[in-house]
Design a protein around this ligand. Structure first.
Ligand SMILES: [Fe+2]
Ligand SMILES: [Fe+2]
Length: 471
């Protein structure tokens, strides 16, 4: 690894490292404040001030960090702060009404990781730890002790464990199971931490029960809150996406009945898009859902699309070229409107509208040129756009074209497949189709290699089984 790569990696994790160091410093300061008897009050004041400063610093830093990563991602920040607010209020109320063991600490981590992502969940968990420490320190009536500080740290680690343990493909039942297991572990460690204060056995059992109850309450609150927040902020959580990629979806059933060719093409696109999204670190379920519905607009006049012309009749033979182009290009806008009117997420609808960008329809353009004297306006033979605005849209654009081209081609040698993929991507680059999304040349190279491997596997020559000789 070169020095530049090491520096780049360090820069990438710099914010997280600074945040962790800052939190560690705050906790150390707090422990020190509790250790020195005479100066405890003054040091407590200093530590409360320090922890609050760090919380503000974390909030500002992540705001800047998030803005740098995703422009206009205000919803993410808003959802994150909403979760943080709810979790903080619940933790403070539990602390005031009951005790330190009852705070539903895992709530913030669990809610953030299911609604947003792991990175923000880690940050939220750390900020919540800071807020709990401040609340704990600010009130002198609490019997502050080493064991209770350790319990806050144990709870915080439990939250981090939840974030790392939950994977994007997990359903609600799996998430409940894993969180409950971690909660039970946290309860045992909290009980052990309480031993630092030489508690009676019955006290330890009560502490264990408090932690178990608070973890269970946290999971329950998450189960109730996550669908509400999903709906209010129209978030594309994996739970919501799972519903869209289920074959029970009425729109998918409708597409299968009215445009079976398009339905099969969409399934093939989804398989390839999923693999491409995984390779470049995009949301795999979103890619799959977007692929399922990208051509839903073809349902309006399915017979005008080649994959649905089962009986060999092509209605374009009876149309002038301009009418054919209009009939084909409008499926993007029809699909977009159809998905929006049925309440689909904007990201999925956008893919339906953007997956051809403003690429030309060379087939009709060349045909028209051959029978036209003089110049022909190429603008009349293009899709209406807009161009892909996200990496997922760009993936579907490439995969859609590659799937159709490889399906139509005769021989499927590795060289031929690679040649088709390269010529499609180069063509899209030539027509500036990726200029409005943040897909990189590195991403395109990864997509190229994933598609070549997947299609080669799909079309590899099948071994002919020998026929059994009749005796
Ligand atoms: Fe299409
Ligand atoms: Fe398509």
């Amino acid at each position: 690894m070169t020095l530049k790569k090491v520096l780049d990696k360090a820069k990438k994790y710099l914010v997280t490292v600074i945040m962790l160091a800052a939190l560690a410093a705050a906790i150390s300061l707090f422990i020190m404040a509790m250790t020195f008897d005479g100066t405890a009050v003054a040091l407590r004041g200093i530590s409360v001030f320090s922890v609050w400063s760090i919380i503000y610093l974390l909030l500002i830093m992540q705001y800047v960090y998030l803005l740098n990563i995703k422009q206009n991602d205000r919803t993410t920040i808003f959802v994150e702060y909403t979760i943080l607010f709810i979790a903080s209020v619940l933790c403070i109320v539990c602390l005031k009404l009951f005790n330190i063991y009852t705070i539903p600490f895992t709530l913030a981590a669990l809610l953030t990781v299911t609604l947003l992502n792991k990175r923000i969940a880690i940050i939220n968990n750390l900020i919540l730890a800071g807020i709990v420490i401040v609340s704990y320190l600010s009130n002198p009536i609490y019997a502050q002790s080493a064991s209770e500080i350790v319990i806050i740290i144990v709870r915080m680690c439990g939250g981090l464990l939840v974030v790392f343990a939950i994977k994007s493909e997990y359903n609600r039942i799996q998430i409940i199971g894993i969180s409950s297991l971690i909660g039970a572990g946290v309860a045992v460690f909290s009980m052990l931490a309480a031993l630092l204060n030489y508690r009676a056995f019955i006290d330890l059992i009560i502490i264990w029960a408090w932690v178990i109850a608070s973890e269970a309450a946290g999971i329950l609150i998450v189960l109730c809150l996550s669908p509400i927040l999903e709906w209010v902020f129209r978030l594309n959580t994996n739970f919501r996406l799972f519903e869209y990629i289920s074959f029970d979806q009425p729109l998918l059933k409708e597409m299968n009945a009215r445009a079976p060719g398009t339905f099969n093409h969409s399934l093939s696109v989804s398989y390839l898009a999923e693999r491409c999204a995984y390779a470049i670190g995009e949301n795999v379920n979103l890619a799959k859902a977007a692929a399922y519905y990208h051509d839903v607009g073809k349902m309006q006049n399915p017979e005008y699309f080649v994959e649905n012309q089962m009986d060999g009749y092509n209605p374009h033979d009876d149309l002038i070229f301009e009418a054919s182009v209009n009939m084909i290009t409008r499926h993007t806008e029809i699909g977009y409107q159809m998905l929006l009117s049925r309440g689909f997420p904007k990201e999925i609808a956008n893919v339906a509208r953007e997956h051809h960008g403003d690429s030309p329809l060379n087939y009709f353009y060349i045909k028209a040129q051959n029978i036209t004297e003089g110049d022909l306006d190429s603008g009349d033979y293009r899709y209406n756009g807009p161009r892909p605005s996200s990496k997922i849209s760009a993936i579907i654009m490439i995969v859609d074209a590659v799937e159709a081209a490889t399906r139509a081609m005769g021989a499927h040698t590795k060289e031929k497949i690679i040649q088709i993929i390269e010529s499609i991507i180069n063509d899209k680059l030539k027509y500036k189709q990726f200029d409005e999304c943040d897909i990189t040349l590195k991403n395109l190279a990864e997509i190229k290699s994933v598609l070549a491997t997947a299609l080669e596997g799909q079309y590899h020559t099948r071994i002919m089984y020998p026929e059994k000789k009749e005796s």
